[in-house]
Design a protein around this ligand. Structure first.
Ligand code: VGL
Ligand code: ZN
Length: 215
């Protein structure tokens, strides 16, 4: 038994399960496709399913292509924050930004786009990287009386990490479904460090099996 009881309201948060983060995509996460069947299997066992969507304008400042002389993987300063430069990805209304075609989308109550302002990136599904602009996800979850946020998605060391930390900060009991996430590991060990940081912040880790075995 885990300690989520019937009094709690559980939300499954699908982070950036989009074509560009899957093998063959512009910012492919190694074995990112393996989390899609896990996300599908989990969905029926939550009160609410919501998703985030990385959704950039074509000239987003996080793209290396927008910075003369800079390469993918370089880190620059953007609005006073360190910013990794990425390949062009998840461009609005292109196939790369669409939710993964194998993802069951029928039960997704709402999709929250992020990274829509070209001037600043947004790893978290709740706020931009400056912590200023809200996507509305937090208020939405509160309006649904959600107490427990369970996270699966891509990528462990970027958007999953930032989303889980903000979820904790906003006071939700927050769970990382570890086998439901894959990461980038630009530097080897980044994912491991991200998981440690989330745990230190009070995020609890669980496997999809542990959750499903209880049902
Ligand atoms: C992400 C890098 C850039 C992510 C999004 O979803 O983790 N990573 N944009
Ligand atoms: Zn992005």
């Amino acid at each position: 038994m885990n300690d989520v009881d019937a009094m709690n309201c559980t939300a499954l948060l699908l982070v950036d399960l989009q074509n560009d983060f899957l093998p063959g995509g512009a910012l492919a996460v190694d074995r990112g496709d393996e989390v899609i069947p896990i996300a599908n299997q989990l969905q029926p066992y939550f009160h609410l399913v919501v998703a985030t969507q990385d959704f950039h304008p074509a000239d987003h400042n996080s793209f290396a292509s927008q910075h003369k002389g800079q390469c993918v993987g370089d880190v620059i300063e953007m609005n006073g924050h360190p910013q990794v430069l990425w390949p062009d990805h998840c461009v609005q209304n292109e196939v790369g930004s669409a939710l993964a075609s194998d993802l069951n989308q029928a039960s997704i109550a709402q999709v929250f786009p992020k990274g829509t302002d070209k001037r600043i990136d947004s790893y978290s599904g709740f706020f931009d990287n400056g912590g200023l602009h809200s996507t509305g996800l937090g208020d939405y979850l509160l309006s649904k009386q959600v107490t427990d946020v369970f996270i699966v998605g891509l990528a462990t060391d970027y958007c999953v990490r930032a989303t889980a930390l903000d979820s904790r900060r906003l006071g939700f009991r927050t769970w990382l479904i570890e086998d439901g996430c894959r990461g980038v590991d630009l530097k080897p060990g980044d994912c491991k460090a991200a998981i440690q940081e989330m745990e230190d912040a009070g995020v609890r880790t669980i496997s999809s099996r542990q959750w499903l075995d209880d049902k």
